[in-house]
Design a protein around this ligand. Structure first.
Ligand SMILES: C[S@@+](CC[C@H](N)C(=O)[O-])C[C@H]1O[C@@H](n2cnc3c(N)ncnc32)[C@H](O)[C@@H]1O
Length: 397
């Protein structure tokens, strides 16, 4: 997502949005009642984003692009997918096989990748999409129906992880940041060392933040994450942790027999993520291009995300048998993939100017260039990866 305006006042909801928000809140109250009045944040986030027919990603609102709430790199410019295609082509030339995209959003990246890979003459045998949102899957089908038949025929949607291990490339752009996280607060000066920041309902019916002693699973995971930091975190420090991450990476490892997984997201090495300078964590909500930090507003109508702990990704990948092959900023990745050559192929002055602006947004440090990182995880792949030739940040993990 690009850097949206940070704003405390949000645009008003229309009648349909207000009615939808009330349905989501009613479901949440039901769930809270069943759970004894308190939900951990990850359960809340799972419902707010993915509850069938209600959650932000599962209901029908426009999410991506100018008419939605945020802009991702593939939505901003095909330049992103055209560069990424060059990295995919390099891997596919060695491995053959398939391309599997997790969380394909509107289908914009699949559209660009297939078109570009066809022009590069290195098409995957199939382009598989694993998408948790039934609504987005419908949108992807409609969008990709615009492809020429010869490309469209290669696209298939999976409703579960592939049964057979694959050769080829796995891609996840801004998927890890959309996985449910737990929120925690460190109490280094009190009896409860760690608290879990969840959600409860006030007597007025209003959803409210609510602290409970952290359950053992969360406490152990946070202890593992923050216990080895080079700097102590202050009492009151608040952060997030993604507990499903290791299982997801174990799934990636289980389905990749030979090839490379490319994970692209905003995030940091652990020592920078859990840092006294970020004492309120990194949770952000997006509603119509406004960013704010209150997940209890507009529940079901806004996106909720948290920055990725790339050290956790590398550790989980390593435990699952995948090798971290590279870790770079998005800017370095796009340069390594040949952004300069892609730009040089513009056929008119108008196109050249438009693309120069798009490339700046993808690559400038204040935009998506530095906050976004690209991590390559491999198995049975021994060739240098072009997107990782310009930088090597693995030492920071
Ligand atoms: C922020 S959007 C990014 C969409 C798209 N990749 C892009 O860059 O425009 C997150 C996407 O990941 C999907 N998603 C979240 N968790 C997922 C999971 N565990 N498996 C597959 N898709 C997932 C969401 O439904 C959504 O399509």
């Amino acid at each position: 997502m690009t850097n949206p305006r940070a704003l405390s006042t949000l645009p008003n909801l229309n009648d349909a949005e207000r009615a939808h928000g009330e349905r989501v809140a009613a479901r949440l109250r039901e769930r809270l009642a069943l759970a004894g009045g308190w939900l951990g944040f990850a359960d809340f986030m799972q419902l707010a984003l993915y509850e069938p027919g209600l959650g932000y990603y599962s209901a029908g609102s426009e999410k991506f692009g100018a008419a939605g709430d945020f802009v991702t790199a593939p939505e901003m410019s095909p330049l992103f997918g055209r560069c990424l295609a060059r990295q995919c082509a390099q891997v596919l030339q060695h491995t053959g096989g398939d391309l599997l995209e997790f969380g394909a959003g509107s289908g914009a990246l699949a559209m660009t990748l297939l078109t570009e890979l066809s022009q590069l003459g290195v098409l995957p045998s199939s382009y598989r999409i694993l998408e948790v949102s039934a609504d987005l899957q419908q949108r992807q089908r409609a969008r990709l129906a615009e492809l020429p038949d010869v490309l469209r025929a290669r696209v298939e949607w999976l409703d579960r992880w592939p049964a057979q291990p694959m050769h080829g490339v796995i891609i996840a752009n801004e998927v890890l940041d959309a996985m449910p996280v737990e929120r925690f607060v460190l109490r280094t000066d009190a009896g409860h060392r760690l608290e879990s920041l969840g959600v409860a309902v006030a007597a007025s019916g209003q959803l409210i933040d609510s602290l409970r002693p952290a359950p053992p699973l969360l406490a152990a995971a946070v202890e593992r994450a923050v216990g080895s930091l080079p700097q102590a975190l202050p009492a009151g420090y608040q952060g997030e942790i993604c507990l499903p991450l290791p299982a997801w990476l174990a799934g990636v490892a289980a389905c990749l027999e030979q090839g490379v997984a490319l994970l692209i997201d905003y995030g940091l090495p652990r020592a920078h993520l859990y840092h006294p300078d970020r004492a309120s964590g990194t949770l952000q909500c997006h509603f119509r291009h406004r960013a704010h930090s209150d997940p209890l507003r507009h529940v079901g109508l806004q996106d909720i995300t948290a920055w990725v702990d790339f050290t956790a990704v590398a550790e989980a990948a390593d435990s699952a048998g995948l090798e971290p092959l590279g870790f770079v900023t998005q800017a370095a990745f796009l340069i390594g993939c040949g952004m300069e050559n892609v730009l040089a192929a513009a056929t008119s002055e108008r196109e050249r100017l438009a693309q120069a602006g798009e490339a700046r947004r993808l690559m400038m440090p204040g935009e998506m260039g530095e906050a976004f990182k690209v991590m390559a995880l491999g198995r049975g792949y021994e060739h240098a990866l072009r997107g990782f030739a310009w930088q090597d940040l693995r030492g920071s993990l």
